[in-house]
Each structure stands twice: as C-alpha cells, then as structure tokens.
Design a protein around this ligand. Structure first.
Ligand code: XUL
Ligand code: CO
Length: 439
C-alpha cells in the first residue's frame, strides 16, 4: 500500500518545466567534471525531521498530518513507518538516508529492550535497503533527548551516564555496520555546558577524548570501516557546545590524537550560529583534510536559532558546491538534508516540495560552481593575487629556513615593500552573479 499514491518518482524535466514535482536542474545521470550529479551530490534524507518531526515548537503541539502513523510508540508502528520512509526516498531518487537510533525504533524501559527494538526495526530497514537499493549514509546515537543526558553524555558529571552512552554508541555502531552505513556521526548533543561555575571543563574534554577513542577501538574490533565524523555546532542546546566550529573540532581532534580517525560533518545553519559562512567552514575543514560530509539546511536571517530550513538559495548552494569541488568532493559523505518543513506545512506532500526544491537548488549550485571552475574564474584571480609567493622572497619563505634577519636584510636593501593591488571583492561578487544568470 502506497503512502504517497499521487506522487510519482520525481522526474527530471529540465529548466523550462513548470511542474512543481519535477527536477529542473537535478539530472542524476548527467556528468559534471567527469562524474554524475548523483555521485557528486550523494543526497541523503534524514529520518528524524522527515519521519519523526511533527512541528511542535515551544508554544504549540505537533501539527503534521501523517496518515501512516497509528498513534502508538510500538515497534510495529516503527516498522510500518520505515516502509513509508523508503517509499519517499525512492520517489525522491535519494540514494541515501541517515538516522539516530531513537528515531527509527522506540526507546524501551531498559537498555536491553531498546536494543531489541532497534534490532527489530533494523530488520525492516535492511529488507527495504535491499529491495530499493537506497543506502545508509550514516548512523548516530541520540544522546540528548532522554532526561538522563541532562548534563551531557560523554561529558556528563555522572559516570553511570557516560557508561550508558558508551553502551548506546556500541549498539548504534553495530547497527550502522549491519546496514552498511558509510559513516558514523557524533553531533555533540548536550556535550557542553550552561554554567562554568558547576563545570570541570578540562575533565569533561578529557572524557570526550577517551569516549571517541573507545568508539574508534570498537569500530576496529567489529570491522566497521566507515568514516567517523564530528558535527560542529556552537550553541543549542547548551550555551557553550564543545564542538563549536570546524576549527574547534580540528583542535580537539589534534589534542586527543584522533585526526587519523575523524573528519567533519558541517551543517549550514550551525556555521551561521557560529558566526561563519558555510563556505568558510568547508574551506577551513578542507584545507586540513577534514571535509567529510554536509548537513544541508539554512537558517532564517531574522531568527537567531537553529531553524533547520530547506535551503533554496542558488547563491548559497553555489558557494557550498564551489568549495566542496575545490576540495575534491565529499568522499564517503553526502548532501544530507538535516532540514524540516515549517509547522504550517503540515501535509505529506510538503515533504516532497521541500526536498525537490532543495535538491534542485544544490544541483543548480553544482552546475554554476563547475562553470566558474571551468573558466578558472575565481581560482585564476586568487592564484594571481598570491603570485608574489611564487618567486623571489615569497618562494624562499614558503620553502622554509628564512629568518627575521634575512627579511631585514632583504628589506634594508629594497627600502620598502612593493605596492599592493586591489582585492576586487565587488568585481568578484559581480562575476559570481553573472554565472548565476546563465542557464
Ligand atoms: C542538531 C543536528 C543533529 C545532528 C545529528 O542540530 O544537526 O540532528 O545532525 O545528531
Ligand atoms: Co545536523
């Protein structure tokens, strides 16, 4: 039985189509820079917003109409929901999905019961993956909803809660392995603090480092070869999240000797909350070999919280795809729609409008980014801007071994530095707009 009988597999109809349920830019098999759009974008649908989000906010209850739900928190309902989820994944032509353990299966009265529930739903997920060919981009453990995690999971003051979290990650890794997950994500949840007066920050960070090593060791033990990812976010739910941005995460990974095992899962609206542009986060991570995957969404310029909206701005997607291409693509990562429909968009069809629009925006962004790259339009300007480093004193400094005394001798002889040249920011912004104008 179909949950979306009126929705076909979303077709590619090209830029002139007026069909709201057709792709105008996402043509999965079309090649760009020698690779299919499907393989560049590796689109993924999140289980938590799309199948567990009801639209509740601090002022009102859930509004979403989801006819396939029977209103219970039973395993059977969860299994039925899983079948519906795969119908949506297939109709959107999304090759991947992602979940938290507690999104897919109900939490039981004990850890053992929760594990049994998860296994029972994983049976259906496995069947559906085999039937449809849709794959698991990543799994993760929800260690923030249950009240036991009020003080954190790996960074809690309560050693028993740390132990519970470890047991939960062990199981989530086993299920991710069983389902062929290509990555495993740690988003910090409640790993951070509200008040330094009650917090031993050094001890909490040490515990977080130890926890990550336990996960790496267990992955090795069971043969999980997927990529570990940390997802930065600066605040929400805590005031100070430890994994605040790409730079803080990379520093943490270096400090705790984890650089060989982790990359980053960068989320657009988390970058915004950190006071960064998403392209900054991508370029920063990419420069250090840490670009793993992205959570694709956007915030609202007028709202300062994590609104998790579907991104539709071509300007934003162009920036994101440009810097992803610059760093050689997403590898085992993907463009994962960690985004939810608005509370007022309560009908099932809105789930399709949301994903179709954002997938198309990313496809358009990929096309524009590739066109800019084909003309060497930005990179050519940038390499020319740094050409003083390609010869003379610049080349010598980059080669290493130059001292302050050498620099002094060079400048005493020369008298003053060569004149600066314009950064041409406005010209480059206009240039990007010209590419956006093109079809
Ligand atoms: C929270 C968030 C999470 C992670 C997975 O802001 O983005 O959904 O992506 O735990
Ligand atoms: Co996310």
């Amino acid at each position: 039985m179909s949950a979306f009988p009126d929705v076909p597999v979303i077709p590619y109809e090209g830029p002139d189509s007026d069909n709201p349920l057709a792709f105008r830019w996402y043509n999965p098999d079309e090649e760009i820079e020698g690779k299919s759009m499907r393989d560049h974008l590796r689109f993924s649908i999140v289980y938590w917003h799309t199948f567990r989000g009801g639209g509740a906010d601090p002022f009102g209850v859930a509004t979403a109409v989801r006819p396939w739900e029977d209103g219970t928190d039973s395993v059977e309902n969860a299994q039925q929901r899983a079948r519906v989820a795969f119908e949506l994944f297939e109709k959107l032509q999304a090759p991947y999905y992602a979940f938290h353990d507690r999104d897919v299966a109900p939490e039981g009265a004990s850890l053992a019961e929760s594990n049994r529930n998860l296994d029972a739903v994983a049976d259906v997920l496995e069947q559906e993956q085999q039937r449809s060919g849709v794959k698991l981009l990543w799994g993760t453990a929800n260690m923030f909803t249950n009240p036991r995690f009020m003080h954190g999971a790996a960074t809690t003051c309560n050693a028993d809660v740390f132990a519970f979290a470890g047991a939960q990650v062990k199981k989530a890794l086993e299920v991710t392995l069983r389902l062929g997950g290509e990555n495993y994500v740690f988003w910090g949840g409640r790993e951070g603090y509200q008040s330094l007066y009650n917090t031993d920050m050094k001890r909490e960070m040490d515990h977080l480092g130890a926890f990550m090593h336990m996960a790496v060791d267990y992955a090795k033990e069971i043969g999980f070869k997927g990529q570990f990812l940390i997802e930065p976010k600066p605040k929400e739910p805590t005031k100070h999240q430890y994994d605040s941005d790409a730079a803080a995460c990379l520093n943490f990974l270096r400090a705790y000797d984890l650089m060989d095992h982790f990359k980053l899962n960068l989320e657009t609206n988390h970058a915004t909350l950190a006071g960064h542009e998403m392209m900054h986060e991508i370029d920063y991570a990419g420069a250090q070999g840490g670009l793993g995957s992205i959570d694709a969404n956007t915030g609202d310029p007028l709202l300062g919280w994590d609104t998790d909206q579907f991104g539709t701005s071509y300007y934003l997607t162009t920036q994101i795809m440009y810097y992803i291409l610059k760093h050689g693509g997403l590898g085992s990562g993907g463009v994962n729609f960690d985004a939810k429909v608005r509370r007022e968009s309560f009908e099932p069809i809105d789930l399709f409008h949301a994903h179709v629009g954002s997938m198309d925006a990313f496809a358009k962004g990929l096309r524009i980014a590739a066109a800019i790259r084909a003309d060497n339009a930005i990179e050519g300007f940038v390499s020319n801007r740094y050409s003083s480093w390609d010869e003379g004193i610049g080349a010598k400094i980059e080669a290493g071994g130059v001292t302050l005394t050498d620099l002094e001798a060079y400048m005493l002889e020369k008298g003053d530095a060569d004149a600066n040249q314009s950064g041409r920011q406005e010209m480059l912004e206009n240039l990007v707009n010209r590419y956006l104008d093109r079809r």
